[in-house]
Unconditional design. Structure first.
Length: 159
């Protein structure tokens, strides 16, 4: 086991922790992002004390989390906008029928008009959620492969 110059922490332990973080980032796709929170907390706490290439991997994991978080946030905003759009349409129908119209209103899915803005919001939410998950999975796999080959992130070793 080799030791780092910084703080005397074992280099192998930092490498294993970074590898575990990639596993957490990968698993967060399947568990609604909760493991990614654990991974980013670990990455923030270990980044300064780790030696290269571990430091670059912890920094990359933090970036992975924030990129995925922003994409998921945008997907949530698009989805919320679609829900508000549907509720506004229902409010318009209820307003024309009067407030007693909610008791008499019957919504048949085949008769619901889907306009371009609603379709754009739904497709945007799905596409952004897909990109967020793809980013988490792809970045985790690439980072783990580079870590296993003892390469830092953002730096390529020329043979």
């Amino acid at each position: 086991m080799t030791f780092d110059n910084v703080g005397g922490a074992p280099r192998e332990a930092a490498r294993n922790l970074a590898l575990m973080n990639y596993g957490l980032l990968f698993a967060s796709f399947f568990f609604a992002g909760v493991p990614a929170l654990v991974a980013v907390i670990i990455a923030y706490t270990q980044r300064d004390s780790a030696a290269e290439p571990g430091r670059s991997h912890f920094t990359f994991q933090i970036r992975c989390f924030w990129v995925s978080f922003v994409l998921a946030l945008l997907a949530g905003i698009c989805g919320l906008a679609a829900v508000i759009h549907v509720l506004a349409s229902l409010y318009g129908v209820a307003n024309t029928l009067g407030w007693d119209g909610f008791d008499k209103m019957e919504v048949v899915i085949g008769q619901v008009a889907i306009d371009a803005s609603l379709l754009f919001m739904i497709v945007g939410a799905i596409a952004l959620a897909f990109l967020s998950g793809l980013w988490l999975i792809g970045a985790s796999v690439i980072g783990a492969i580079r870590l296993a080959s003892d390469q830092g992130m953002g730096k390529s070793r020329v043979p």
